[in-house]
Design a protein around this ligand. Structure first.
Ligand SMILES: [Zn+2]
Ligand SMILES: [Zn+2]
Length: 619
């Protein structure tokens, strides 16, 4: 080793540890140095005159010191920390009842939606009527009426805010004299408690154009506002507030539909439209409606009978009227109470009595002591109880347990039906079952020997509620499309490939179950779709995830899944995962000490590992 000049060295002087013969050594900084014949373990203070120039050091060991079972490859590498920020931004919430996508409808999004749907209907008008017209729309919001205020007081308040017009349903008398498909009064969308509407008139001859106008196709528009629900056609008319009192008294409305603005859908009106929507959202507590009408007449009594779209600036499914909370990053963390499955608290598995351990040999009869803990010690009394109740209930005690009927097997394990319901259903009057025995033991778990006994009969099973996904159900409503991933070989235990092949949308839990090399491919696809600007925080987060997944693949761990529990990793795997974490945090001027980093590594991956170490050096 050539002697480097200056202070860029770790200087060891008078080294005499073990068999070392009092020598001096300079270790150059910013180099990869391989030292053999050294074992990492707890070391005594080295026998040396002095050592100086040691930068802050990080030892990357093979030892797997992780105790918490919530730690996974994903949490260890901080990928989970980035994913919980990323997922609410890139994934789409789906309504838990109807499965439709649920989005916030920004005024801009509403505008785009109306523009595309009015274009498609204008085309049809062109064909059928020889000329497309600009549609006029009403932007309205509903104000619920409270019992605290009289109708007059409520109307006064609305007027004071500067509003002059309301939307009222067309009166019954009007409907009766009219006929034809143009005049329907359906109960669906009216916020009024009205009399039963007359039966809807025949729709014969209403024609294709009208049908299309009633439900404009959102396909191919690329926008589609899913929470915008097209209500069934209802007739409304505009009324001045000062002239509406009498009508309102008769209608007994539960809410007022206030007209925010009446706008023609032209590009010049876009800014005004957006502002009107913002105002309507403000007074309508986050909800508004856009009603499309015909612009044939300029009279005040204009009928808006075509379409009503409901929008919300919150996460709200207009179809099912279900509101979803704002997706905070904590929701997407199984290490946080907000996101963790309540049953297993994010561990993905639960610990409970394993009856296969309690009754290990089911070819034994009840008489022979099929229940293992009852063969000795205090358990013998329970065996006597069992025999006593077998006599009373006439249960066969000389048949092998696995030949007993299902009912008798259940009775032995679960006890009498309704055991513990009241004093009449308790020992000594009723049979408590193996289950009752363990429940009683658990109540005595403050005693050490009972805890030891219990631990022998407990085992982990995948959480029955989340099936090991660790998240609460709400989290799994957020999905992201996945397309055409050519899967190599998924880690066998996860079965991830089969999950993904069956569905085109994946949840965050599915993502964590992907083999890391597929997860990397998925993130690259997502980044390509979003193409965030360089200053966009989403882009930064995507890059962090991408580089960390890339490091894991480079050190030969592409076969692992992010939800692989850390405690099940081998020493070599643990060390290499830790190594990528160091790369991810990009600590410079740091001394990294690695303990046999290639242990357990396939020889073909050694070259890539060295490349990683060089990257670490050159940070
Ligand atoms: Zn829904
Ligand atoms: Zn669970």
């Amino acid at each position: 080793m050539s002697k480097p000049s200056g202070q860029n060295v770790i200087r060891l002087r008078g080294v005499r540890h073990n068999n070392l013969k009092n020598f001096d050594l300079d270790l150059p900084l910013n180099q990869l140095i391989v030292i053999t014949g050294l074992f990492f373990d707890r070391m005594d203070k080295p026998q040396v005159d002095n050592i100086d120039g040691i930068p802050p050091a990080i030892a990357i060991e093979q030892r797997n010191a992780v105790k918490t079972t919530r730690s996974t490859v994903g949490t260890m590498t901080e990928i989970c920390d980035y994913m919980k920020m990323l997922w609410p931004h890139i994934a789409q919430l789906h309504c838990r009842q109807c499965g439709r996508p649920v989005r916030k409808d920004s005024p801009q999004r509403i505008w785009q939606f109306l523009e595309s749907s009015s274009k498609s209907s204008a085309q049809i008008e062109d064909e059928n009527e020889g000329g497309g017209r600009l549609r006029e729309v009403l932007i309205t919001f509903d104000l619920p009426l409270t019992e605290k205020l009289s109708l007059e007081e409520s109307l006064n308040l609305v007027t004071k805010q500067g509003y002059q017009r309301l939307l009222l349903p067309v009166g019954e008398a009007f409907v009766r004299v009219a006929s034809g498909p143009q005049l329907e009064l359906n109960e669906a969308a009216a916020p009024w408690d009205g009399p039963n509407p007359p039966p809807a008139p025949s729709r014969e001859g209403s024609g294709n154009a009208r049908a299309t106008r009633q439900s404009p196709s959102r396909e191919g528009s690329g926008v589609g506002s899913p929470s915008a629900a097209a209500a069934r056609a209802v007739h409304f008319e505009i009324a001045r507030i000062d002239q509406a009192m009498e009508r309102l008294r008769a209608l007994k409305p539960r809410s007022l539909t206030v007209i925010q603005d009446r706008i023609k859908l032209s590009a010049a009106n876009r800014a005004r439209f957006v502002e009107a929507c913002e105002q309507a959202y403000h007074f309508g507590k986050g909800k508004l409606a856009v009603r499309l009408g015909e612009s044939e007449s300029d009279s005040t009594i204009q009928r808006f009978n075509d379409l009503t779209f409901h929008f919300s600036n919150r996460f709200h499914c207009a179809q099912c009227d279900i509101e979803y909370r704002e997706p905070l990053p904590a929701l997407f963390s199984f290490n946080h109470p907000l996101g963790a499955c309540p049953t297993c608290r994010g561990f993905g598995r639960t610990i409970s009595i394993d009856y296969n351990i309690a009754l290990p040999d089911r070819s034994k009869t009840l008489d022979e002591g099929v229940v293992k803990p009852w063969r000795s010690g205090h358990g013998v009394e329970c065996q006597q109880d069992l025999m006593k109740f077998c006599k009373i209930r006439k249960a066969p005690t000389d048949l092998p347990f696995d030949q007993l009927s299902k009912q008798w097997q259940d009775w032995v394990i679960n006890g009498d039906p309704d055991y513990g319901k009241d004093a009449g259903h308790e020992w000594p009057r009723a049979w408590y079952g193996v289950k009752g025995y363990f429940r009683w033991l658990e109540s005595k778990a403050y005693k050490m020997h009972v805890r030891v006994l219990l631990s022998r009969y407990r085992s982990y099973t995948p959480c029955p509620d989340c099936q090991g996904k660790r998240f609460r159900p709400e989290v799994l409503l957020y999905k992201l499309p996945i397309d055409d991933l050519r899967f190599t070989s998924a880690e066998s235990s996860t079965g991830a490939a089969s999950i993904v092949n069956r569905q085109s949308q994946i949840t965050l839990a599915d993502f964590y179950q992907l083999p890391i090399r597929d997860a990397l491919q998925f993130i690259e696809q997502t980044a390509a779709q979003h193409r965030p600007a360089t200053s966009d925080p989403i882009g930064l987060v995507l890059n962090e995830v991408r580089s960390r997944l890339g490091y894991l693949v480079e050190v030969g761990l592409g076969y692992l899944a992010l939800d692989r529990a850390t405690r099940t990793l081998s020493g070599g795997e643990t060390e290499r995962v830790n190594l990528t974490t160091c790369l991810g945090t990009r600590l410079v001027n740091t001394l990294y000490v690695l303990d046999e980093p290639t242990v357990g590594l396939h020889p073909r991956d050694t070259g890539r590992l060295i490349k990683i170490l060089q990257q670490l050096r050159d940070l």
